[in-house]
Design a protein around this ligand. Structure first.
Ligand code: UD2
Length: 372
């Protein structure tokens, strides 16, 4: 027998006894290492799932603990817990027994808040909306001579409207070349939408419903909310995310304290805007409403259809689209209502309840500006 053959004759000339011994030792070492490694991992998994178990519910019985342990998926829960970071939110605590305003109604009977100065904290609201990276669309019509209002409107909007948020100004006009250039802050854009004009100012005012609904296909891809306002206005104080909600309307400055009977709703049953004398909550202004693009689409489409039906029947509502808006809000209640702070006219004086005048009518000479 060859000296390298030994008792394992089968491996003749290939593995010697000594080599086999070395291979055996290495194999044994590998197995031992694997066992130690697995045991270490199992112990770690056990420990980490135990941490998550303890954190989640320390009153569970042992069966539950085993279930949790089995379900655990190699995640290091402890590390995850250490990574959870939430911003601190420091502000004055709300006081249940001390309402912030007791001089005005701050909630409707259908639980829609009415927004007055003192009823909200803009720091909390700004934080919530910024996290959602919300973009707001502001629609405004400047047809014919009304382009003259755009400069002041846009300049003051840059100072006070949705400060710190993303804004698209959608300017509907028949005179795109007359839209003034205004310096805009970051994240804010002017979009000029060329539209036709009409001879009568009433028609221009009413057609806003049709145009906003027609452009909603575009708006839905670009903004989350739409705010629809008159152009012969200027911002005079902050108008921020506190106004945003699914569907909102604004109390008309001339009627916020009036009784139902004095609201200038359309009272002729022949009109689609007709509201019976024993219905209605508030009188809303045509010059400031809004909501999500979808809700504004539904509102403007419905109002436009009603306007067209009236036209076919040879009737025009007393306050044009404002009458149709008011009819809509009787049956589709707004989810938030803006106080007259958000649409004021200094000709109405300065009542005590009005802590801010955020959006003010610009005085205009009707004869000189309308139908021109
Ligand atoms: C009230 C309403 C307005 C509308 C109107 C209907 C308020 C503050 N305003 O405003 O929203 O319901 O009654 O009668 O509640 N426009 C033009 N070119 C024109 C005419 C009008 O661009 O030639 C646009 C412009 O955006 C203007 C808006 O239509 O702001 C409403 O017209 P208005 O301001 O002359 O009507 P007014 O003041 O009676």
């Amino acid at each position: 027998m060859h000296k390298d053959q030994g008792k394992t004759g089968g491996v003749k000339g290939y593995l010697t006894k000594r080599r086999l011994y070395v291979v055996g030792c290495i194999t044994l070492l590998c197995f031992s290492f694997g066992f130690v490694w697995n045991t270490y991992n199992d112990t770690w998994e056990f420990t980490s799932s135990k941490v998550s178990y303890i954190m989640s519910n320390n009153t569970q019985d042992l069966d539950d603990f085993h279930k949790v342990n089995l379900l655990s998926n190699h995640t290091c829960f402890l590390e995850d817990l250490l990574q959870v970071k939430l911003p601190r939110m420091i502000y004055t605590k709300p006081q249940i027994l001390k309402p912030s305003r007791s001089d005005v109604l701050t909630m409707t009977p259908w639980f829609a808040p009415i927004v007055w100065e003192g009823t909200y904290n803009s720091e909390i609201l700004n934080e919530q909306f910024r996290r959602r990276n919300v973009t707001v669309g502001l629609t405004v019509f400047a047809i014919k001579k009304y382009v003259v209002f755009l400069k002041k409107f846009l300049e003051t909007a840059e100072m006070y409207f949705m400060v710190g948020h993303r804004v698209n100004y959608y300017i509907f006009t028949d005179r795109p070349e007359e839209v003034p250039e205004v310096v805009l802050k970051e994240g804010r854009n002017v979009v000029v939408l060329q539209v036709q004009n009409y001879p009568r100012w009433q028609e221009i005012s009413m057609r806003r419903m049709e145009l906003i609904s027609n452009f909603s296909q575009r708006f839905i891809n670009e903004v989350s909310y739409l705010v629809c306002v008159d152009v012969d206005m200027r911002f005079n104080d902050q108008v921020g995310v506190e106004i945003l909600s699914n569907l909102f309307g604004t109390l008309h400055p001339g009627f916020y304290a009036a009784e139902r009977q004095s609201f200038t709703y359309e009272r002729r049953p022949a009109s689609q805007a007709y509201v019976p004398s024993d219905e209605g909550d508030f009188y809303y202004a045509g010059g400031f409403f809004g909501g999500t693009v979808m809700e504004v689409y539904k509102l403007t489409k419905k109002c436009h259809e009603a306007i067209m039906m009236d036209k076919a029947n040879g009737i025009e509502a007393i306050w044009q689209e404002e009458s149709h808006l008011n009819k809509y809000f009787v049956y589709y209640k707004p989810t938030k209502i803006l106080s007259p702070e958000y649409l004021w006219d200094d000709d109405m004086g300065r009542p005590e309840i009005l802590k801010k005048r955020r959006f003010l009518a610009v005085r205009k000479n009707h004869a000189a500006i309308r139908n021109k």
